[in-house]
Write a protein that binds this ligand. Structure first.
Ligand code: UDP
Length: 350
């Protein structure tokens, strides 16, 4: 298939701002390229892409991330919005492609679905965070359910969907994932430093169990970071910043365990599988994507609150790091992911 990807209109890709969407995009291309599929990727000006794909930079006004606004905020776009230009490019060049894959969590490309002659499929990267986007997803699920896929059942369940949906999960190329059998007595937390990622919860747990907390990820809100530093003066915090993924895995794999403490409903949570695949157990809340990735008692624990999380730390430290690694690598291989993606994307091709 010749596949056109609409990536994200929120930030340039390959710069750390995109978080999961950057990694998911790379995983999709790396999964499907070996099967002979070819990619063209639309991304905002300034993007970088180290994958086997043609990158087309699209200039224009960037969209605001929906999670920074209230759920009732309407879709706002002007003639010079990046998402408008991406949709226009897709519409005028659609004859050159077999299928269009939209990864943007935006109303416009979803609403335009029936206006395209080349099938456009939507991979929904977040749970229900905005009413206008949710309305478009729910309407499309009534009309053309095959066109939408989610990363987890938990994420799909945040929408009012009448028809069955496709669950794609995520898949990873594990060949270069590091493994450390004798970790340091430190906790890891990975994510964008932004309120929906709930870093304060991990700090509360680190405080209760009196272990240092190493934090990787882009600071998206400096005021939020500052509030946390002031609120938890007694926690031994190590800010490691945003680092390229290979470096992240190398450094993070030396941690005794990872805490996953989002305030929102995480659509998937790449970090859980990445940590497990490096042998690091994960304790996560019993909600969202981690309920489908963490196997309690094998690759970590699912807990209801911060107190339970602190109480589970000692048990999680005893889990076999070999079992964590093997379980994650078996369940989320790039080969299985490629087959799921390929069958979903080819559903509407004549
Ligand atoms: N990541 C990275 N370097 C960092 C921190 C994070 O490459 O310093 C990557 C990490 O490997 C993961 C992604 O960013 O794949 C974050 O994805 P996730 O789904 O956990 O969160 P999102 O940012 O999409 O909410």
């Amino acid at each position: 298939m010749k596949i056109l990807i609409i990536s994200t209109p929120v930030q340039a890709i390959g710069q750390g701002e995109g978080g999961g969407i950057d990694i998911t995009l790379l995983n999709i291309i790396n999964a499907l390229s070996p099967l002979g599929h070819q990619f063209t990727v639309l991304a905002p000006t300034g993007s970088k892409l180290s994958a086997d794909a043609t990158l087309i930079e699209i200039s224009g006004r960037l969209q605001t991330s929906v999670q920074t606004e209230s759920a009732s905020t309407p879709a706002t776009m002007s003639h010079d919005s990046t998402i408008v230009s991406m949709c226009r490019y897709a519409q005028t060049h659609q004859d050159q492609f077999d299928v269009i894959l939209n990864m943007a969590y935006d109303w416009l490309p979803i609403w335009l679905t029936t206006f395209f002659t080349t099938p456009i499929h939507h991979l929904v990267s977040m749970s229900n965070e905005n009413q206008t986007v949710a309305d478009a997803i729910e309407e499309l699920n009534r009309m053309m359910p095959q066109r939408i896929a989610f990363h987890s059942h938990a994420s799909a369940n945040t929408f009012q969907l009448e028809n069955p949906v496709t669950i794609i999960a995520n898949g990873f190329e594990f060949t270069n994932f590091p493994f450390c059998k004798s970790p340091k007595q430190q906790l890891a937390w990975v994510g964008r430093i932004s309120p929906e990622k709930g870093l304060e919860n991990a700090l509360e747990v680190a405080n209760k169990v009196n272990l240092p907390l190493h934090i990787w990820g882009k600071v998206q809100s400096e005021s939020y970071q500052q509030q946390l530093v002031e609120k938890f003066p007694e926690v031994d915090i190590h800010w490691r910043g945003f680092v390229p993924q290979q470096q992240l895995l190398k450094e993070m794999s030396q941690s005794a365990l990872m805490l996953m403490t989002p305030s929102w409903i995480e659509a998937f949570g790449n970090n859980v599988v990445e940590a497990n695949a490096c042998g690091v157990p994960v304790i996560a809340y019993n909600k969202g994507g981690p309920t489908e990735t963490v196997i309690s008692g094998v690759t970590g624990y699912l807990v209801e609150n911060n107190e339970d999380m602190a109480n589970r730390v000692a048990d999680a430290l005893k889990l076999s790091r070999y079992h964590c690694r093997d379980s994650a690598q078996q369940r989320f291989s790039i080969e299985q992911y490629a087959l799921k993606l390929q069958s979903w994307l080819s559903l509407n091709i004549d």
